[in-house]
Design a binder for this molecule. Structure first.
Ligand code: PRX
Length: 646
């Protein structure tokens, strides 16, 4: 087992702290560790008054709540502000459009740096209302789910907010998912309406979204209408009676739409995510608690201030985009930046060119993007003026902040290495830019209201008190919710991650302790990839593991057993990768597919993945105990095979 001493050796900077730059600390929301500690204590000792105050400061309620919190982990019945009512789109749009109608709500940049749009709060509100009215006309009712399968563009934000306006929970599916994955999600959420686009372009490549929707709709019987954004103008199949052009549907609608008053605990959205087993889970997030948590974390973790230009370059298809492109920033009346292109196009300076042109103050991305850029020359950063930046955010995996801060921030920024998950709705462990001295690679301390507990034996991270942003259930499957998160350790929420706490109280995330792989910040369940591989008629069995990867953090390494008398050919290897692309999406394609002579199994037939992981990583001296294997000889054969490929 890894000890703290080993970790200290692994991280030479373990004890080195970087103080907060004065320019960041000055005037920040939380500007010292003493202030952090005071608020933190209050949030734990007196959570009701802490959250009541924030809920009244940051949100506008149509019916004030009288009860802050009830329920708990024991029965999985957590409720926040349960008798309060509000409308999320009112909070994110109307109240800012009333006060500052011409303030820019969204800056969008497309594939090319010449594609730029500035959308004011007034315009965003009008578009959202038109879309909400169009959805109503198509028969969408309060409580009925709507599937959104769109590129990372302003229409995606309008669609989410329009759903919130009429009380229809949305289920956004990342536009990189294949038709099969989309169909699974539509079937589970029983969406009657899908909002999509003809096509999207990324890096000049055309992605046929409508075609995927046509295929997915055939495999699901709930869909009655498809609202179609004319994005590229490319030719697509159009099914009369079912398909409706979005611009035509919106054109004829009024620019006002009465927001529904929703209960704080009504679902705001479902978002599907991968676990270690089974099909993706539709995590349910609520109107009141989720919005408050997204807004407060956005405000304090990025130290958002009135005239900032805040940028998160994630995609709205993931939780990062939900909380930190759309809901958190817009609830706070911020200008939020949306990026549909690639960081390396037209060249590796794209991010910093955008920072210079838009005078971006906070920049939030995944370490994998920074690592990709660091492979290029520093001059891609140095040729731009990025001095507007104050806070550099990172999410998805631990980051070595040296490169990020030295090259990009010129040591004048704070790095916030934010640790959280789809389930948590917002940040769980994170530095605060004006207060927390940075330790490279550590997500540092708990956000307010979060009580992390490392189990000292196994080093797993649990949270012992409910917070407003926690997912309340898995759509249609509360039993699975209990089993996955709340019944693993009594009265605690189990994150699925390992953690260590050092002598200064800093937390170090050691990665997933289950069969979930994190590829370039995309969370992928090994069982899903294995399921996709075995759909190939020549594949008998498959086992996938994650291996360390310089740029992506982890890559997928697949071991495949072929059916009898099937020969390994380069074409077959390509077809197996193709099966994953078809069933999940290109982002889940294994980097390595190895045709194995067998799999290491225990006598009871369980695959020993630990061994497969070590072999894939080339750590043959660390195989450990292999005595429980049914056939130890198979291990030698696999090792031989993998060695022959290197
Ligand atoms: O393993 C942790 C890792 O990403 C997982 C959550 O993935 P997902 O639900 O897709 O959400 C990603 C965006 C919030 C976690 O269980 N993870 C996330 N942030 C960090 C991290 N690992 C280490 N350090 C982080 N900062």
């Amino acid at each position: 087992m890894v000890s703290v001493t080993d970790l200290q050796k692994e991280h030479p900077l373990f004890n080195e702290r970087h103080e907060v730059p004065d320019r960041v600390s000055k005037g920040s929301h939380i500007s010292s560790m003493a202030q952090y500690e005071k608020y933190y204590r209050e949030s734990i000792e007196n959570p009701e008054s802490f959250w009541q105050q924030r809920a009244n400061e940051l949100l506008t309620w149509t019916k004030p709540f009288t009860k802050v919190f009830s329920g708990g982990f024991e029965n999985g019945d957590v409720k926040w502000f349960e008798d309060g009512e509000l409308n999320v789109s009112y909070n994110c749009l109307d109240r800012h459009a009333e006060r500052t109608p011409d303030k820019v709500a969204i800056i969008w940049e497309g594939d090319s740096p010449n594609q730029v749009e500035h959308i004011t709060y007034k315009q965003a509100l009008e578009q959202t209302c038109r879309l909400a009215n169009a959805m109503k006309e198509l028969g969408v009712k309060r409580g009925e789910s709507v599937c959104i399968y769109l590129p990372n563009c302003p229409t995606a934000a309008y669609a989410m907010l329009a759903c919130a306006r009429i009380g229809a929970p949305h289920s956004v599916v990342f536009a990189g998912f294949s038709a099969d994955s989309l169909a699974d999600r539509i079937r589970d959420s029983k969406s009657k309406l899908i909002i999509t686009a003809d096509q999207s372009t990324r890096g000049g490549k055309v992605i046929p979204l409508k075609q995927a929707v046509d295929d997915a709709v055939k495999k699901s019987d709930s869909v009655q209408h498809v609202l179609l954004l004319q994005n590229t103008g490319g030719k697509v199949h159009f099914e009369k009676g079912r398909d409706v052009w979005l611009h035509e549907a919106m054109e004829k609608q009024s620019t006002t739409c009465q927001p529904e008053s929703m209960n704080a605990e009504d679902p705001l959205f479902y978002l599907y995510t991968s676990g270690s087993t089974g099909t993706p889970k539709g995590l349910v997030h609520t109107q009141g608690g989720y919005l408050l948590y997204a807004a407060l974390t956005h405000l304090w973790v990025f130290d958002y201030r009135e005239n900032d230009i805040y940028a998160c370059v994630a995609d709205v298809g993931w939780i990062t985009g939900h909380s930190y492109i759309v809901y958190g920033p817009l609830c706070n009346g911020a200008t939020t930046f949306m990026f549909e292109g690639l960081p390396t196009l037209p060249d590796a300076g794209r991010y910093w060119d955008m920072v210079q042109r838009h005078k971006i103050t906070q920049f939030y991305t995944a370490p994998t993007a920074i690592r990709t850029l660091m492979k290029f020359d520093d001059t891609f950063v140095k040729r731009y003026d990025v001095t507007s930046l104050r806070v550099l955010g990172s999410v998805g995996e631990p980051i070595n902040p040296e490169s990020y801060n030295e090259v990009v921030g010129d040591k004048k920024c704070s790095i916030v290495d934010t640790y959280w998950q789809t389930e948590s709705g917002g940040h769980l462990l994170t530095p605060l830019p004006g207060a927390t001295p940075q330790k490279a690679g550590s997500a540092s301390f708990a956000f307010f209201g979060i009580v992390p507990e490392g189990n000292s034996v196994s080093g797993v991270l649990c949270i012992s008190k409910p917070w407003p942003g926690i997912t309340r259930t898995i759509f249609n499957d509360h039993e699975r919710y209990m089993k996955t998160y709340l019944n693993v350790y009594k009265n605690k929420y189990f994150t699925g991650d390992g953690v260590w706490k050092d002598q200064d109280g800093y937390h170090w995330i050691t990665g997933r302790v289950d069969d979930v792989i994190n590829v370039s910040g995309h969370r992928i369940g090994t069982s899903e990839v294995e399921g996709a591989l075995v759909t190939h008629n020549k594949c008998a069995e498959a086992a996938c593991v994650g291996v360390p990867h310089d740029v992506k953090g982890q890559a997928i390494f697949a071991y495949v057993i072929l059916k009898e008398n099937v020969e390994e050919t380069p074409e077959l290897l390509a077809e197996l990768k193709g099966a994953v692309r078809t069933h999940i999406g290109p982002f889940a394609t294994p980097d390595f597919v190895v045709i194995a002579p067998g799999l290491p199994k225990t006598r009871s037939g369980k695959i020993m993945r630990r061994l497969l992981r070590k072999i894939a990583a080339g750590e043959l001296d660390q195989l450990g105990d292999t005595s429980t294997l049914a056939d130890p000889h198979v291990l030698d054969l696999i090792i031989e095979k993998v060695k022959s490929l290197k």
